[in-house]
Design a protein around this ligand. Structure first.
Ligand SMILES: C[S@@+](CC[C@H](N)C(=O)[O-])C[C@H]1O[C@@H](n2cnc3c(N)ncnc32)[C@H](O)[C@@H]1O
Length: 254
């Protein structure tokens, strides 16, 4: 991770470049500095560049926001600094980017979108603050708008981190075990089946016998059935018109 400086040697081409435009680049230090994203950065799988929109303020007060025309509470992000910052960032790489504006008014971000974005070579994520973006930022940049959920956060930094984490873990080589993401919830439109590890019995709760059987076909069938039952119980909306046939029941359904 860097501020305008590539974080990998020039000779090593990262699979993906992500540029983030933000007023709070320091917020990214912790999530980008640990676990899978850090490993992907260290391995040169992804390159992440943070650029501070405030560096593109036009006045000596570093002003990037102003009162809304027509009155009302709060401040709105001015178009000038965002456009200047964006044009600066575009020129940092010859790679054509897919640009995303983080906003609660955007289309919902989900696993299918994460998968789609993981195919891109370059993403530009723009994080808002205050009461949000001047409308001309939306119109002028023509960016795709994404929301991470039906709630309002104070800024787009956490949503940008959510998108980065969900996308980076899908890049080839980012996860230790290549199959780790394959069975994750939402990967095939279902919640994931229940997982167990040692010990076999914990506080009188026992691991289902089928998982100790060594019979891979039965285990796969049990997991499928559990995933279907769990999805029907907690997220029936995900099933849509899919025929619901969990098959014969075996073991508990937590
Ligand atoms: C306080 S919010 C502004 C909300 C705006 N007044 C509205 O009602 O649409 C400030 C910034 O946080 C980010 N943000 C807040 N909630 C978000 C969400 N659910 N998804 C994506 N970005 C969000 C956006 O970048 C937004 O510009």
């Amino acid at each position: 991770m860097s501020t305008n400086e590539p974080s990998i040697p020039k000779w090593l081409k990262a699979a993906m470049r992500i540029d983030v435009l933000t007023l709070f680049p320091e917020m990214f230090a912790s999530p980008m500095g640990s676990s899978i994203v850090k490993r992907a950065l260290d391995a040169g799988i992804v390159e992440i560049t943070l650029t501070n929109i405030r560096d593109f303020a036009a006045d000596s007060y570093n002003k990037v926001d102003d009162k809304p025309y027509g009155g009302g509470p709060g401040m709105v992000m001015m178009p000038g600094p965002v456009f200047d910052c964006y044009e600066h960032v575009i020129a940092l790489s010859p790679q054509k980017p897919r640009t995303i504006l983080l906003t609660p008014q955007g289309k919902p971000f989900d696993q299918a979108k994460a998968r789609e974005l993981s195919m891109e070579k370059r993403l530009i994520l723009i994080a808002g603050r205050y009461e949000g973006f001047d409308e001309r930022i939306r119109i002028g940049l023509g960016a795709e708008q994404l929301s991470i959920g039906d709630y309002v956060l104070s800024g787009g930094e956490l949503p940008a981190m959510v998108v980065i984490d969900a996308v980076v873990r899908l890049l080839a080589g980012a996860l230790g075990d290549r199959d780790s993401a394959k069975d994750d919830s939402f990967s095939d439109g279902l919640l994931e089946y229940p997982q167990y590890t040692r010990p076999e019995v914990f506080r009188q709760m026992k691991v289902p016998d089928v998982l100790l059987s060594g019979d891979h076909a039965r285990i796969a069938q049990w997991r499928r059935q559990q995933a279907l039952e769990r999805t029907k119980k907690h997220r029936p909306d995900l099933l849509g018109d899919r025929p619901y046939d969990p098959g014969p029941s075996e073991g508990p359904n937590p």
